[in-house]
Design a protein around this ligand. Sequence first.
Ligand code: FES
Ligand SMILES: [Fe+2]
Length: 444
Amino acid sequence: MIIDEIKQMKNQVLEGQFPQWLITDPEVYKLEQERIFGTTWLFLAHESELKEPGEYITRMLADDPILLMKNSNGEIKAFLNSCSHRGTRLCTEDFGKKKAHICPYHGWSYNLDGELIGIVAGNKVYGEKMDKSEWGLRPVPRVESYQGMIFGNLDVNAISLEDYLGDMKWYFDIMLGRSDGGMEVRGIPQRWVAKANWKMTSENFAADPYHVQTTHRSAVEMKLTPSDPLYASYGHQVVLNNGHGINVITSVTGQSANRFQGMPESMWPMFEKNLTNEQLDVFSKVTNFVGGVFPNLSFLSSCSGTEGNKYNHLQFRIWRPISPDQVEIWVWYMIDKALPEEYKEKSYKGFLATFGAAGTLEQDDTENWARIVEASQGKMARDRKLSYNNVANYLMGFDNVEADPNFVGPGTAYPTCYTDHIARSMHKYWFELISAQAEVTINE
Ligand code: FES
Ligand SMILES: [Fe+2]
């Protein structure tokens, strides 16, 4: 059984040696869908994407299409985007505004609360006993939000979103709760399909500033980033619960030349009002926040623009697995509602130049993720017995980097971002979830 083979790898996985066959094995992938994506909180949308009653957006929760709508009371509801009659995908648009959704197949219609309100030819074909209230859209089992970020969970017994996020909330408060009015998504989320495994893409953001100086070498050559090969290592890598983690990157001095990531001074009193002294301390010094919420939500808060004239931009993204070697990437750009329009526009342009489907840095990363899956699917890489060393190396900082007790934020903070502490913590949580229900057998 595949689960027994995985369990035999426990020590290797926990000690920084991730067997390469686990990356793209199709049976492992099925277990991940069931035990990880079927039980954890997955990001769906930001509240600002639905402004008026009747507005809707369509998303994916793992493999399930989801329809999110704002009802007439201003509440956001999330349903399986599937007609209750024969299961047809109900809404095919990405976004829009409607009073009711009508199925294209036989014409059943649903209101903004997902209730079945119309059946073509109604009682004449179904008789008097047909009770419409039993045939509404199926709600997502759990939907909760934090700082405007809406998550769904397919497990009715899951712990609350807030408990799941744990200490990540402290860092979300800095990025999402610092200014009055919160954040807004600008434009619609970009999305495209890339050749990659979801674990590798999630790790790249959450746990791997080490790649920056080699993968993004062209940015150094264009003088967009410093030439010091250690420049993305300064600051702290912070391990949080449940496989989450964040890199709080600073300059070599531990400070930033642009206080509060280059946000205009007019915003500072708002930050001082909304954040604690410890949060202000971290925010005033950081150059980049980059991290992730397990399993597949990542974020980057960075700056672009010429020296001395920096514009902060914040992106959230998911890596939705669609096969062992493919992900659908979704990227949301977010900005403080309270900022002046001119700043927002410059920040948005800086984001588009670097990330998203046309961003220069994005191309660099995508190439490497494709190369990992290309080189992990052959017999030699997958052979469990060929060699003890048939593993990917996550040993950086394993026994030579100690936690820094003086870091002011929550979590276990290490005094460098060039370390694999978060990656090992992600693997540990991955292993716990995968092996948690060992009595359930899939594809024996
Ligand atoms: S499948 Fe939707 S109305 Fe028949
Ligand atoms: Fe990168």
